[in-house]
Design a protein around this ligand. Sequence first.
Ligand code: ZN
Length: 479
Amino acid sequence: MSSRPTSRVSYIWSQELQDVSDDLPSNIGRSSLVHGLIRALDLLEEISMDEETTEASANPSKLKKAMIVPPDESLGTEECMLKYHDKDYVDALLRPRSASPPRYDPTAPRNGTDFAPPAKRARNKEPNVREYQDMDKHNLSHDNPPFQSLPRYASLITASTSTACRLLIQDQTDFVICWDGGRHHARKNEAGGFCYINDLVLSLLLLSKEGKIQLNQKKEEEEEKNFKLKPKTKIRSPRILYFDLDLHYSDGVSNAFHSNKFYSNPTISNDKNPTKPPTVMTFSIHHSSPGFYPISISSGRADLTNPQSTTPFSLSIPLKAYTCSKTYKKIWEGCVEPIVKSWNPDFIVLQMGSDGLAGDRVGQFGNWSVDGEGGMKWCIERVKKWGKKTCITGGGGYNHPNTARAWAAITASLLDRPINAETSIPHHEHFEKYAHSFTMEVPEGHMEDQNDPNYIAQACKDFEQIASRIEDIVASSLR
Ligand SMILES: [Zn+2]
């Protein structure tokens, strides 16, 4: 992929995907805002994959654009969801609900009785009680109330991120964007943190299964001839990096792929058959403080990963309040780059939740920026340089205009069409939402970064060691 002069960018979208994503109770209307701005900035190519011959005439300006690909519905069936989720939970998600309970905004301040969670209303024997009585069992209440379009939402979100990953597997694209996906808190048998279906886990499983890597056959045959080795299989499992930059810890994904296997150091142990590396590595950089979601972490997996940990493939860097871009830059250079170099992934799934930006009403502890060194755009430029097949998803982001600005800027960066903070918001149907600046600027925060520089330096030191362990484990598995 890195040898290509320009990379191909795809964009998962359909009108129905946008409509049902707009119904997500934690983010009512966000999807329209995001896609509307990206479309207004003229970043999308409105043709389908099998109409490539019309590309030149469809884009006379020759500006690079992202190719729209609708979600493949065959990747969002109940059977697909059951690859990870339990049957009774999937049944609850897909159960038709003839009417929604009154709209409940789980992100609104809870200082009154107007916004009683739907489960409570159901217990109070309001209409539709039978349709909603399974809610508490699967945590379908409070933060995660069911809604009328939930069955279609679950199917289309599953289909979206899986379609994105299949495009990578089939080498139909280099980068694929799926802003409606990225539901990293959903668990096997319950909803969590505004997430109902774990499209990320399902897509990572699809990548693991279908993304096998063909080995260099010539080199293999030569080795067999020279060393009289018995013929080896000509494919290997992919190495996949799940990388999460949402303000919240990626508990749903990290727990799904966590293994208690012990990975000895193959360079110093006498183990003749060292444990093979897993297919999926998870890596979450997130905020952590008492009471901050997800609070039910008892395993310590959300702590700073110890270099001596049994597994160096479930990585976490917790950060204190108001992490600014300068700190993100230090972590990127000292922790992220060494890990990516040593793991050398075949595929990357990057969750770019934007609730770490300053001014997010749910994130609250974020102080990240879109622009500047260490900002979101700066990070995306580094991801591009890795030259890996990458799926970029959305996630959190509760200041909707700023989320739209950030994800539009990332989309533009992937297309080598960088947008500046001063760029005016084009006139379109949601124009008034961008008052009062009417520009792409996401104002930087002014809170003091609470991270101790010594802690960041220690994290970098620890991750150097972890990267070295990973490099040895990968090398020994390829021998
Ligand atoms: Zn989040």
